[in-house]
Design a protein around this ligand. Structure first.
Ligand code: HEC
Ligand code: HEC
Ligand code: HEC
Ligand code: HEC
Ligand code: HEC
Length: 473
């Protein structure tokens, strides 16, 4: 009975979303669970024979890991227990779409799954999407078989037939899965697509693919090349290392390169500006302002499971002898964040209005402290300069990111799993003794956007190498 209710409200939620997004134009009915067999889908090893570079991009990414991800597998087990299995199909539809359309899951323990269904969000799932019924909760239509759908309207048939579908070039393609609505009560728990849709990026038609499928990271950057060894040269081939911010999971599958790309992406997501007085006397109350701008992401930061993700600012003041004067946002020995002014994430509430990270149980949003696209938020910190402090005083602010609180991962994956903390951005300032002559009060150089950093150089090297491989073929 409740099963029917759940399904009913799932479709209702999709229907409401359709109304809101006004996406009737190319609506097709969503593929039902069990409509196909996993034998209808082709292994990625087949695609790799001709699309080797695209394959290498995709391997080890979170789409590759979408089902095998141990964090997911632990959470879905708990969600299934909490809801008597009623959400099994719901969760699996995004994390193992082939598992669901082939009717191999549920059971949620995966005991009936084929090898191909375990490969998460993969080539012959994404490229047999032949339409969608809007955005949110994975309303995709798939037509597995000889035809591969994609972004080219002039692609000749090779081993397979090729078909153009505009959807592949639009955010609505990603928005099928990157928009999650609790099917029981309609609460939006992942609003990546809708926060993009409400942003300036949507107005300017900067889509998910522009930032996540090009080396541009914060804007479209053309990548000339060939889509397959035997294909014609084109002005742009999209990269398939569709990376976000996850540095915890990819290394578990040997994909250090994916974690490195996530770090580079996090480093480009924001700008920060620290304002501190140039001089202060002992006993003065010193005020530090740090302004954080989401300058590079086309959605709120963090996004996705943003009740679990953590962004915070660490602010420290240290005297010339290395004595700590002020410290907010450092980690204790167990990896807990101490005294941060703000945790930039989404706070979900359960039936009793208490905070929960189990989004399947969430009924309300208690607080949304994320930073919207182009938004600037400012933190104020202050401390009294001690009498015995030795000048000059160094003030440092570092914006930090991690995929999950350490205690949550300790609990789910064991204490030996350390959640990496990524420095997204930093800025520092020096406070001098008022007697220091003005011309001797030098300040650290702020990190300049235009200096080609490590990431840019690596990207250029990878591009150069790719071009070299392509030329040799
Ligand atoms: C998450 C879904 C997704 C997955 C997984 C995926 N693709 Fe794609 N693919 C896309 C989208 C979207 C585009 C079009 C991007 C654009 O042009 O804006 C695309 C474009 C392509 C193209 C056209 C050439 C290009 O790169 O622009 C080929 C060929 C292709 N994909 C093959 C593959 C193969 C082979 C795999 C597996 C190794 C794969 N794709 C995995 C979504 C996906
Ligand atoms: C025998 C070689 C070969 C194999 C195997 C192969 N492809 Fe292709 N594929 C090509 C060629 C050649 C093109 C044309 C590229 C172009 O026009 O630039 C292509 C184009 C595509 C496109 C672009 C279609 C469009 O119109 O936008 C997609 C998507 C695609 N392939 C996906 C796949 C997937 C998924 C697999 C594995 C199930 C696969 N291919 C296996 C050779 C191959
Ligand atoms: C203007 C460039 C830009 C656009 C457009 C954009 N993104 Fe992002 N995205 C980023 C950057 C930069 C990050 C890293 C910062 C972060 O984690 O939020 C990111 C992070 C992410 C993450 C990981 C978030 C986390 O914290 O776990 C996901 C998932 C994601 N994007 C999906 C999407 C989808 C889906 C769309 C389209 C609806 C999209 N992005 C549009 C730049 C962009
Ligand atoms: C079939 C559903 C599906 C589609 C379509 C899809 N994704 Fe995903 N995507 C997922 C799932 C599921 C994960 C997360 C797996 C996990 O974390 O366990 C993911 C992960 C990601 C991540 C990595 C997030 C991180 O924290 O590092 C990014 C970035 C991303 N997707 C962007 C995109 C973009 C851009 C598109 C459109 C071109 C797209 N996705 C299409 C289901 C999908
Ligand atoms: C409509 C698609 C969709 C549905 C339904 C869905 N997810 Fe996800 N899930 C995603 C996407 C997309 C991401 C990646 C977002 C990000 O990186 O922040 C994700 C990320 C996650 C993560 C974080 C994994 C990591 O490594 O950081 C967990 C855990 C998770 N999902 C569990 C679940 C559970 C449990 C359910 C069912 C109650 C569920 N998901 C339902 C799309 C979905």
């Amino acid at each position: 009975m409740r099963g029917i209710l759940v399904k009913g409200s799932l479709f209702f939620a999709i229907f409401i979303l359709l109304l809101v997004s006004g996406n009737f134009a190319n609506a097709t009915p969503a593929t039902q669970a069990g409509e196909y067999s996993s034998d209808d889908f082709a292994y990625e090893s087949r695609c790799r024979q001709c699309h080797a570079i695209i394959y290498a991009d995709w391997e080890g990414t979170m789409h590759f890991n979408a089902y095998l991800d141990p964090f997911y597998l632990e959470e879905v087990k708990i969600a299934s227990e909490d809801t008597d299995g009623e959400l099994d199909e719901f969760c699996s539809r995004c994390h193992t779409p082939i598992g669901v359309v082939s009717g191999e899951i549920p059971p949620i323990d995966g005991s009936e799954m084929s090898d191909i269904a375990r490969l998460g969000v993969q080539c012959d799932f994404c490229h047999v999407v032949s339409g969608s019924n809007g955005t949110g909760n994975a309303p995709f239509t798939v037509s597995p078989g000889d035809t591969k759908w994609g972004p080219f309207n002039d692609s000749r048939d090779a081993y397979h037939k090729s078909e153009y579908l505009e959807l592949y070039t639009q955010s609505e393609y990603c928005g099928m899965c990157h928009q999650v609505i609790n099917p029981v009560n309609g609460l939006v728990i992942d609003d990546t697509y809708s926060t993009w849709k409400e942003s300036q990026y949507a107005e300017e038609n900067v889509v998910c693919q522009d930032c996540h499928m090009t080396e541009g990271i914060t804007e479209f950057k053309a990548n000339p090349g060939r889509a397959s060894s035997s294909a014609p040269k084109r002005d742009h081939i999209s990269s398939h290392d569709i990376v976000g911010a996850n540095t915890l999971i990819p290394p578990m599958f040997g994909a250090e390169n994916v974690a490195e790309m996530a770090v580079e992406r996090l480093e480009k997501a924001t700008t920060i500006e620290l304002t501190a007085p140039e001089i202060a006397s002992a006993g003065d109350e010193v005020t530090i302002d740090v302004a954080i701008t989401n300058s590079g992401a086309g959605h709120k930061i963090p996004t996705g499971v943003s009740e679990i993700r953590e962004i915070w600012l660490e602010v420290t003041a240290t005297d010339a002898n290395g004595e700590s004067i002020y410290d907010a946002g450092s980690l204790d020995a167990d990896g807990n964040i101490i005294d941060a002014k703000m945790l930039y994430n989404n706070v979900l509430g359960d039936t009793n209005g208490e905070e929960t990270k189990s989004f399947w149980l969430a009924e309300s949003i208690l607080e949304d402290n994320r930073i919207a696209p182009k938004e600037t938020v400012t933190e104020h910190h202050s401390f009294v300069l001690p009498e015995n402090a030795v000048y000059p005083i160094t003030v440092e602010s570092t914006l930090k990111y991690r995929s999950a609180p350490q205690d949550m991962i300790d609990h789910l994956l064991g204490e030996e799993t350390e959640v990496p903390v990524v420095d997204m951005n930093e800025m520092s300032a020096i406070i001098y003794d008022p007697s220091t002559p003005a011309n001797e009060r030098t300040q650290p150089e702020p990190e300049s956007e235009s200096t080609p950093g490590f990431g840019v150089v690596t990207a250029a090297m990878v591009l150069g190498f790719t071009m070299y491989v392509l030329k040799r073929k």
